[in-house]
Design a protein around this ligand. Structure first.
Ligand code: HMG
Ligand code: MG
Length: 306
């Protein structure tokens, strides 16, 4: 086992976590979550998406949320931009409000690509290419996501060759980092390792991350399995919020609290204050009127309550 000594977590709660909420979450609450996450020591936060408000109404306040953040030095703020329209909107305000990083999101499944972004995999790559070029010309880092890297709600099991192909295509258009995403949380440790290894054919270990939804309770195991490959960057969601509107029944990403608890217990540094993180997760869960979807959070909150 070549476990990393330090892991970087990107909290995707404000974006992946909230995008599926039916009731509108006010921009000030989203901003409040971002502020609490950065105070807890998160160094990257996926804030919002510049996508069609008809497709994902919850992210329609993207510009307002980006503008409301009191930026903390050393923290990177990322947003999803599936096309030039989204990218141009993300950089329309003054430079101070630009994201540090954008995410283009492809899929290893043709059916999911059609449902999620209304085009084929090949067409998505064609759409992303000018976005990547424009972002890099402005010094904005470009991350890519490969959805359905192990399984798809429409196509079932996805062969690793598809992850290999999509990672190669993303690399060819200049995407700097790739996230291997188990969108519907069906992956199990060895399958997820194989998908990650396919991405690692095209990207260095420092340029890959895991993005594991926890629908089947496998995400912590999948995190550990890929840590064993040396992967040290993961997307996680505070309070385990979320799901993708185009992956029915899929739950949120693995809770940031649970991953931090596991990593700290293994002596792996994250730079995150677990107590403050739990407060951040509780803040957003209270707003949503539910309990945090995190075992570590539940245990620690129970302990606090005596
Ligand atoms: P489309 O309908 O093919 O786009 O949608 P279009 O170019 O034909 O334009 C149609 C209309 O949308 C036009 O407006 C455009 O102006 C507008 P109209 O003339 O009808 O009034 N439009 C936009 N508006 C705002 N921002 C934009 C934008 N683009 C077009 N960027 C599109 C294509 C990609 C826009 C659409 O399919 C979409 O917005 N999809 C949303 C997908 C999404 O956000 N999914 C959830 C995030 S991905 C995810 O959760 C997975 C991830 O977590 C990893 C994992 O777990 O797998 C990342
Ligand atoms: Mg996701």
């Amino acid at each position: 086992m070549k476990l990393p000594s330090r892991v970087k977590l990107v909290d995707v709660g404000p974006r992946d976590g909230l995008q599926n909420e039916k009731q509108p979450v006010p921009a000030e609450v989203k901003i409040g979550l971002v502020h609490r996450l950065q105070d807890a020591g998160l160094t990257e936060i996926e804030v919002t998406s510049f996508v069609s408000p008809k497709w994902v109404p919850q992210m329609a306040d993207n510009a307002e949320v980006m503008a409301g953040i009191q930026r903390k030095p050393g923290v990177r703020y990322s947003v999803l931009t599936p096309n030039m329209k989204g990218f141009e909107a993300a950089v329309a305000p003054a430079r101070a409000f630009w994201p540090d990083e954008i995410v283009v999101f492809a899929a290893a499944s043709e059916a999911f690509s059609q449902k999620n972004i209304n085009c084929s995999i090949a067409e998505s790559i064609e759409r992303f290419a000018p976005v990547v070029e424009a972002a890099r010309a402005k010094g904005i880092f470009v991350r890519g996501a490969i959805s359905c890297a192990v399984g798809c709600p429409y196509e079932g099991d996805i062969p690793v060759e598809r992850v290999d192909l999509v990672a190669r295509l993303l690399k060819q258009i200049g995407v700097q980092h790739v996230g291997v995403a188990d969108t519907i949380g069906v992956g199990t440790p060895v399958k997820v390792q194989r998908a990650m290894e396919a991405a690692l054919k095209h990207y260095a270990l420092d340029d890959v991350s895991g993005h594991f939804h926890d629908t089947y309770g496998q995400a912590l195991g999948n995190t550990l399995a890929t840590l064993e490959l040396g992967v040290w960057q993961y997307d996680t969601s505070s309070a385990g919020l979320g799901g993708c509107p185009y992956a029915k029944g899929a739950t949120g990403n693995v809770a940031t609290e649970d991953v931090v608890y596991m990593l700290h217990g293994m002596g792996i540094d994250t730079g995150i204050d677990l107590d403050k993180l739990i407060d951040a997760g509780k803040y957003i869960s209270d707003h949503l009127g539910r309990k945090p979807n995190s075992r570590a959070s539940t245990a620690i909150l129970n302990k606090r309550a005596g």
